[in-house]
Design a protein around this ligand. Structure first.
Ligand SMILES: Cc1cc2nc3c(=O)[nH]c(=O)nc-3n(C[C@H](O)[C@H](O)[C@H](O)COP(=O)(O)OP(=O)(O)OC[C@H]3O[C@@H](n4cnc5c(N)ncnc54)[C@H](O)[C@@H]3O)c2cc1C
Ligand code: SF4
Ligand code: SF4
Ligand code: SF4
Length: 578
């Protein structure tokens, strides 16, 4: 889009109605736990500006390379393109990866040190996001990590065939380039050590993750050949796994279970089965493609079954007894009477979750656990229980902000920048609505070993096509009714059912405009653009003879508020409340 004709500086709105407009009309951004400016970076890709697309991601979610591969993508089911009759959602995550693949470059911020010191314990995504944000604010940040390399579960949980170690390293380098000091091979083991750190630093963030497998008692589980899922993956990722399974059964339905199964396939198992107690809807994986990869790798998915007992002979696993479950309408699971059966196995992997290590004085199982105790803050999976990478980043950001608010007295606030745009031609046309989703290229099944990355990334031309599918929902087309002459030229050129003659207009609390359609001129109160239908083609804008249709770009962001400033959209000036 030609933004050279953009009018002056964006208008900064603190009006809740504008915030609500973004929330309702840009559903992908609203669904992203860290509120990444998704249409912003997709628009940059349309313009083949991958550096800009990368930079938007780098600032918003810190780990574009990692998240472009393994994010669980809560944004995609919310995408407008996936709504009934409109086709498939935009593949937002693949585009994030393209931004990192083609546009990664270092940040070169102008940081003014503020003289304060922060210690972060645990170099996973939560701790590193807090470290990144605090470093950008001028804090001197030291991260303490028990393992040889930083990254937490991005490095030692998720296998390399989904997330290569060098991608994790590159994303982390972009944080250490800001001056963040990561001290590896250092474990904080006692409350006394923590007390000392608390005294030495202005604030301490504990983001130790969920490093223990969730254990449960299963008869026979002491037999040789039974593993906890997390231990299995950690050993595999450290090249310490010595087992050579022939027939593996993995119990569980989350990231760890799927990774254990795919690893088992890669280390030579002839048959691998995932046994999960519920339906596929309850499983957690990073995208639909992963189910396809399971199928390609001959991994069987057995749903609605629970383990009853590990069977063994001479102390070695020979199988596992399972029972079928029925799932009621309310989601309640009931074992089916007399439905027990046995699967042969020499390896059983129990992957039903992870929990946090205990920290004296803090009950991490208690969901009401406070974010902070004095200058000690908790973040990520350590505080919230086992979750996702983007969830950990979002929590790291939230806690980093709490730290800054405590140490500086400044506050963060949400604003919407509104830029008026004069557009000669928009980058979208009706034809773009029919571009099919691009397929992620993969390596052949025969080449799938422990490290080779399965998904190789969209080619640049594919990324460009995929980006063109996006409706660019952050563009708001509006009609100035005082100037409209009701000539209907805009309706004549609309490519979809997007502009209506309206009656019974009311404005909801959230700023939404509600109306009934009419064709009876006696009843017409206004002519209205339906944002849900608008495909941002610009036809109406170009057709209007009196120029009463305008388009503006809405950009939600959070800024630091050093003094309290309020401004209503109708105000010409800025009010400063001291
Ligand atoms: C096998 C597996 C696959 C996964 N796949 C995905 C996926 O595809 N997509 C997704 O979104 N999420 C996935 N997850 C979940 C995701 O990785 C985690 O939710 C996320 O990494 C949590 O981030 P965190 O920073 O809170 O903790 P972690 O990533 O666990 O990092 C915690 C860090 O703290 C360090 N630490 C702990 N205690 C101490 C101590 N006492 N002293 C010093 N250092 C310490 C640890 O060594 C670790 O580096 C997966 C998890 C696993 C286990
Ligand atoms: S069409 Fe684009 S901007 Fe709209 S919800 Fe989907 S990804 Fe987001
Ligand atoms: S830009 Fe105008 S004509 Fe095009 S889809 Fe939106 S409202 Fe309709
Ligand atoms: S083209 Fe312009 S003036 Fe004519 S009906 Fe549409 S908005 Fe009103």
């Amino acid at each position: 889009m030609d933004t050279s004709s953009m009018k002056s500086e964006p208008f900064v709105s603190r009006d809740i109605i504008d915030r609500k407009w973004v929330e309702v009309n840009v559903p992908c951004q609203t669904a992203c736990p860290i509120q990444t400016d998704i249409p912003g970076y997709i628009e940059a890709i349309i313009h083949k500006d991958y550096e800009q697309a990368y930079m938007i991601n780098r600032l918003d979610n810190v780990f574009p390379g990692v998240l472009g591969r393994v994010c669980h993508r809560p944004c995609e089911p919310e995408c407008r393109h996936g709504r009934e009759g409109l086709g498939e959602p935009v593949q937002i995550c693949f585009l994030k990866r393209s931004a990192a693949d083609f546009g990664m470059e270092g940040l070169a911020p102008d940081i003014t040190p503020n003289g304060k010191k922060i210690c972060v314990i645990g170099a996973g995504p939560a701790g590193l996001t807090a470290a990144n944000d605090l470093a950008l604010l001028g804090y001197s940040v030291t991260v303490i990590e028990q393992y040889e390399e930083p990254g937490g579960m991005m490095r030692y949980g998720i296998p390399q065939f989904r997330l290569p170690a060098d991608i994790v390293q590159k994303d982390i380098k972009s944080i250490t380039d800001l001056g963040v000091d990561i001290r590896c091979n250092t474990r904080i083991d006692s409350w006394e050590e923590l007390d000392k750190i608390k005294a030495d630093y202005d604030a301490v963030v504990v983001s130790g993750g969920c490093m223990l497998p969730t254990k449960f008692g299963l008869p026979g589980m002491e037999a040789e050949g039974v593993f906890w899922g997390l231990d299995f993956m950690m050993q595999a990722n450290r090249n310490e796994l010595e087992v050579k399974p022939q027939k593996t059964v993995v119990i569980g339905g989350g990231f760890t279970a799927l990774d254990c199964a795919r690893t088992s396939y890669r280390i030579g198992a002839e048959a691998t089965t995932i046994a999960y107690r519920r339906t596929i809807d309850y499983m957690q994986f990073s995208g639909e493609e992963e189910l396809h990869h399971l199928h390609e790798e001959s991994i069987e998915l057995l749903l609605q079954v629970s383990p009853l007992e590990v069977i063994s002979e001479n102390g070695k696993v020979t199988g596992i007894k399972l029972i079928k479950n029925e799932i009621g309408a309310n989601g309640k699971m009931t074992p089916v009477e007399d439905s027990e059966f046995v699967i042969e196995a020499d390896t059983v992997i129990l992957a039903i979750g992870q929990t946090a290590e205990e920290l004296e004085g803090v009950d991490v199982e208690d969901k009401s656990v406070p974010e902070a105790k004095g200058n000690l803050f908790l973040a990520g999976d350590f505080r919230n229980g086992s979750g996702t990478v983007i969830g950990a980043c979002a929590d790291g950001r939230k806690i980093g902000r709490r730290v800054h608010e405590m140490l500086s007295g400044e506050r963060f606030e949400e604003i919407v920048e509104i830029s008026e745009v004069q557009i000669g031609s928009l980058p979208r046309t009706r034809e773009d609505d029919f571009i099919p989703p691009e397929k992620m290229p993969t390596i052949p099944v025969s080449a799938r070993d422990k490290t080779a990355e399965v998904e190789t990334g969209l080619a640049m031309s594919q990324a460009h096509n995929e980006a063109h599918r996006c409706y660019l929902c952050h563009y708001n087309f509006q009609i100035d009714l005082d100037r409209c002459i009701y000539c209907m030229k805009c309706i004549d050129v609309m490519p979809v059912d997007c502009i209506h003659l309206a009656k019974d207009i009311s404005i909801g609390d959230d700023g939404s405009i509600n109306y009934a359609r009419t064709k009876n001129w006696e009843e017409v109160e206004a002519i209205a653009i339906d944002n849900d239908e608008c495909i941002r083609c610009g036809n109406c804008l170009n057709a209007c003879p009196v120029g009463c249709i305008s388009v503006s770009k809405y950009h939600y962001k959070t800024v630091i508020q050093p003094v309290q400033i309020t401004r209503n959209r109708s105000d010409a000036g800025v009010e400063v409340n001291a």
